[in-house]
Each structure stands twice: as structure tokens, then as C-alpha cells.
Design a protein around this ligand. Structure first.
Ligand SMILES: Nc1ncnc2c1ncn2[C@@H]1O[C@H](COP(=O)(O)OP(=O)(O)OP(=O)(O)O)[C@@H](O)[C@H]1O
Length: 524
């Protein structure tokens, strides 16, 4: 059952414009009577002109088919509900009178005002309201004995997520915000992972992450160790939640379409190929450590949590430490371990036979498990859920591809999974072989196109220009993000609209005077 995690309150909407708001997809008339629109867990709320795809229709020509979207991520009950907005429109959306960068997620704060405007004024304006207010986690910062401010970073009390080793909190960096004023008109939020290290313990996670630079790997900006052995890893805030939450829309995991799975697998493989080439093995690949830019298909994914990653000094180096999460863990990682230790399998049992060990192919096994879950909704070796049964099932490696969950899946996808879930490591694909498998290879050009044009552009895309805006002497220019400090002022001045080409305004029997104004201006 979805929960209401945030609310949008309609403000400053004249009765005439209010009549343009229609109820669909779970938004009841009561919500509108109250002037509030709920943002629910596991649901992307869409606002726009398109009556089929949007939850809230604003029937106005200056509004894009889908204008902006909202969603909320809640990691667990101790975490803060993180509500985001993303503008995907031609004409833009403003937050507190500042234009949002297109295709970039913005973390909403209580009382933020979201507005969609046109030349003649506000079309619709909404106030964001936090419905779940957590007791500020000042206690957490006190418990950790952590400062609120480290170098240029300001750590907030909003907890994004909690792991076995660390807490992840929202933070800001004024210096980066000023420096990147060219590209961001609103302050950008970051995340900081705070890990309490044992005295004299090396900060391996930070050391590995600082060397990496890949679009599908979490970007780390700065690390810091304080006098209390707290390690701070300042990184990008990834706004779409993790893949586990994305698949767990109900009480159980649900499969996603094969094409969507393929795009996610492709991105993970690009990251793995990059890591393995540099001698880095992740060793804890699982749904929880794969983060999404937004909870939608065709989004950028990011590998996170390098807490037990290993940097190998040579390609022949093998690892001997039993680490990882049983459900995703390759059989060779633990089978030589002392049985007793293996029962309490988790992070730090050491293999007895130093000559055997395992290689970076353990990541490919984990990817096999992840792919299996995405395609079927089933975790392949789960059994009765006990560690014993998971380990025994993985050791046998038996997967029944004849069950109904595989019926609609292509044979190449099945082959791909089979090649990753090979108990015999020598038979298992490495990252290069996996990326060259026909499941990926036959779609490679489309995947690359989507990757280049859509995935990598997220957060960097400009509003598209139309032929109209290119006409010499035409006064209507596309909006461009301003590059000076007085961007807010200039933003106001450059607030220009373009009608989407598909709309034929003259055929619509709009009564609004403002619309006639558009029709005159926009002869498309
Ligand atoms: N940069 C980030 N942006 C957004 N959310 C994040 C980020 N880093 C971590 N999270 C969230 O916080 C959770 C915990 O973080 P992380 O996995 O790094 O901690 P951990 O202690 O290493 O966890 P684990 O128990 O899996 O080892 C993640 O599952 C994810 O949902």
C-alpha cells in the first residue's frame, strides 16, 4: 500500500485556472477540494497538459505535455522522506522564483513554492508541504560526535539512508554552488556518508572512490577524517532511491520489462568493465547498492557502497576474504571457508586455503542474480531464505528456466543469465564477454544512442530550440540558463515560452484572453 510522503498545496490559483485541473490516477476530488495533491511512495506524480500520462492536467498551451514530475524516496523509518521535483518542460518550472535546470532533480524543502508561469503571469503555483516531519536527527550527529560543518561542507540533519557501517545524510557545499553558478541556478544538495572507523583502520572505501571517475559510479568530491575516527565521504546525492525499492513496489519484488532491465544491465556492465580494468572489484553488488537518478525507466544508474571493494595489485591477485551478501554472493567466495564461520557469513571470515581464492568474476555472479531478479521478480537461490539454503542453492547453481516467470523472456536474455550464474568460474563470463553477449550486442547501437543522448544528458540538457527561435529577428528566444550571479533577475526577464509543435491552438475553444495572445505570437 502506498503511503503519502509529501503534499502539494494549490496556492494562488484563480478559480478559472483551477477548472483546468482534472482528477486522474488516484488523485481524488477530495484532494482537490482540499487544494492538496498527495505525493505517494512508489508513484511518480506527473503534472502537465497530457491527459493520458499525467496525474494532474493543466490545460494550458504554455504547459508541456509532461511539465514536471514529483516523487518521494523513503529508505526506512529512521530516514527522512526525500521528495524531489524534476522539470522536463519546454518553458520551465520555477522553485521559489528561480528557474529549475531542466532534467535535474531538486530536493524539495518544506514550504518551497513551485510555479509554472507564462508571460501574463502564474498559471499554477503549488506549495510543497512535508507530511512526515521527523524529529530532527540532531541526536544522531551528537551520538556520532560529528560537527555540522566540515571545510566548505554543511551537514544537514536529513538522513538519506542507513547501512551496516554508515549513515548517509544530505549536505550542501557553498563553494561548489558558487563555482558552478554557471550551471545551477538553485543550490545543489550532496550526500555525505559518515562511517565510524576502528582506530588505525585505513579508509579504503574513500581511497578507492577518489580514484574513480565514471558516469555510472558514485562521484566523490572530498573525504575527511576527524579526530574521533569518523570518516566523511562527500558525494553526489542520487535522487531516485535504490533498485531494491524500485522493484519492491508492493510487498514483494516485481519484474520489470526486458528492455528496461537491459538498459540497467548495460550501465552496470560499463561500470564493471571500467572497475575491473583498473583492478577494482566491488564485491557487494546488490539491488540496494544500485541507485537510480529517478524512479523511472531509462534513467541513469549509479553503483554505490564501495565499503568492501578491493583494489587488486595485479590481474593475478586473488582474494580470500569471505565478504558480501549471501543472496548475491558467488559460490567460490565462501566455499572453502571454515563451515562455522560461513554460517555467520557476512563480512569478515577468512578463507582457510590461501591458494584458492576468487577473482573479479564474483561481481559478474552478483550481476547474474540482479538480472535474474529484474527479469522474473525472483531471487534465484533464495530457497527458504536462510543463509544455509541460499548457499547450498548457489553451490548447485540450478535454475529452473521452465517456470512461467521466464515464459515471455527472450532466449538470449536467458543465455546471458546462464553465462553469469556459472558455478564454475572458468565458464563464467568476465565483464568484456558479458558486454559482447548477443543480448547486449544485438541492441548495442540503440543502447549506445540512449546512453549518449538520454542517460548522459540527464542534468546537462538544455531546453530544445525550435525552428521559430532560430528565425532571425524573432523576439522569442529559447530560455537558456543564465551564467552570471544575477541569474534570478535575468531568468525573470528571459522567461519566454514556446508552444509545443503538436498543439493547434486555433482549433481549441479556449476562453482565456491570454491564449489568444499566444496564438498571435506563435504561428506554428
Ligand atoms: N550518494 C547517495 N545518494 C543517495 N542515497 C544514498 C547515497 N549513498 C547511499 N545512499 C542510501 O543510503 C543507503 C545506505 O548507504 P550505504 O549502502 O553506502 O551504507 P552501508 O553501511 O555501506 O550499507 P550496507 O549495509 O549495504 O553495507 C543506501 O542503500 C542508499 O539507499
Amino acid at each position: 500500500m502506498s503511503r503519502i510522503l509529501g503534499c502539494l498545496e494549490l496556492v494562488n490559483v484563480s478559480s478559472l485556472k483551477l477548472s483546468h485541473l482534472k482528477e486522474v490516477n488516484g488523485i481524488t476530488q477530495d484532494d482537490l477540494v482540499d487544494n492538496t495533491i498527495p505525493i505517494r511512495s512508489h508513484h511518480v506524480l506527473k503534472i502537465g497538459r497530457n491527459g493520458i500520462e499525467t496525474d494532474l492536467i493543466i490545460d494550458h498551451p504554455a504547459v508541456s505535455a509532461i511539465h514536471c514530475i514529483f516523487w518521494c524516496v523513503l529508505f526506512d523509518e529512521e530516514s527522512f522522506p526525500m521528495c524531489y521535483i524534476k522539470d522536463v518542460s519546454l518553458n520551465g518550472t520555477k522553485i521559489n522564483n528561480v528557474l529549475l535546470q531542466r532534467d535535474t532533480s531538486y530536493l524539495l524543502k518544506d514550504n518551497d513554492i513551485i510555479s509554472i508561469e507564462c508571460d501574463s503571469g502564474i498559471i499554477c503555483s503549488l506549495k510543497f508541504i512535508e507530511t512526515i516531519t521527523r524529529k530532527l536527527n540532531v541526536d544522531l550527529l551528537k551520538q556520532l560526535n560529528v560537527e555540522h560543518s566540515i571545510d566548505d561542507w554543511k551537514i544537514s540533519t536529513r538522513v538519506v539512508g542507513n547501512g551496516t557501517f554508515g549513515h548517509v545524510l544530505v549536505c550542501e557545499n557553498e563553494k561548489i554552488n558558487n563555482f558552478t553558478q554557471k550551471h545551477f541556478t538553485l543550490p545543489k544538495n550532496y550526500a555525505v556518508k559518515i562511517i565510524k572507523l576502528k582506530p588505525n583502520k585505513l579508509n579504503k572505501e574513500a581511497k578507492i572512490l577518489l580514484q574513480l571517475n565514471h558516469p555510472n559510479i558514485i562521484k566523490v568530491y572530498h573525504t575527511h577524517m576527524d579526530l574521533n575516527n569518523n570518516l566523511f565521504i562527500f558525494q553526489d546525492l542520487i535522487s531516485g532511491g535504490d533498485l531494491f525499492s524500485y522493484l519492491a513496489k508492493t510487498d514483494c519484488l516485481t519484474a520489470i520489462p526486458e528492455t528496461e532491465s537491459l538498459l540497467i544491465v548495460y550501465q552496470i556492465l560499463l561500470a564493471l568493465r571500467y572497475l575491473h580494468k583498473r583492478g577494482v572489484v566491488h564485491r557487494d553488488l546488490k539491488l540496494d547498492n544500485i541507485l537510480l537518478a529517478s524512479p523511472e525507466p531509462c534513467t541513469r544508474i549509479t553503483l554505490a557502497d564501495f565499503g568492501i571493494a578491493k583494489h587488486l595489485t595485479s590481474t593475478k591477485t586473488r582474494m580470500h576474504t569471505v565478504v558480501g551478501t549471501p543472496e548475491y554472493c558467488a559460490p567460490e567466495v565462501g566455499f572453502k571457508a571454515n563451515r562455522e564461520m560461513y554460517q555467520t557469513f557476512s563480512r569478515a571470515a577468512t578463507l582457510s586455503d590461501k591458494d584458492v581464492g576468487y577473482s573479479n568474476k564474483c561481481d559478474l555472479w552478483s550481476l547474474g542474480v540482479i538480472t535474474h531478479i529484474m527479469l522474473t521478480g525472483i531471487s534465484p537461490f533464495y530457497g527458504d531464505g536462510t543463509e544455509k539454503s541460499i548457499i547450498e542453492n548457489a553451490m548447485r547453481g540450478n535454475i529452473n528456466y521452465n517456470i512461467k516467470h521466464w515464459e515471455k523472456i527472450s532466449s538470449t536474455a536467458k543465455e546471458f543469465v546462464k553465462n553469469l550464474l556459472q558455478v564454475d568460474v572458468r565458464q563464467r563470463f568476465d565483464s568484456n564477454q558479458a558486454i559482447n553477449h548477443p543480448w547486449i550486442e544485438t541492441h548495442r547501437s540503440q543502447l549506445d544512442q540512449i546512453y549518449q543522448k538520454k542517460i548522459l544528458q540527464q542534468g546537462a540538457s538544455k531546453r530544445p530550440t525550435t525552428s521559430l527561435s532560430k528565425t532571425p529577428g524573432n523576439q522569442i528566444k529559447p530560455y537558456l540558463v543564465q551564467d552570471t550571479n544575477d541569474s534570478i533577475e535575468k531568468t525573470k526577464m528571459n522567461w519566454k515560452r514556446k508552444l509545443p509543435k503538436t498543439i493547434v491552438v486555433s482549433n481549441k475553444k479556449h476562453k482565456l484572453n491570454t491564449l489568444h495572445k499566444y496564438t498571435n505570437k506563435q504561428k506554428i
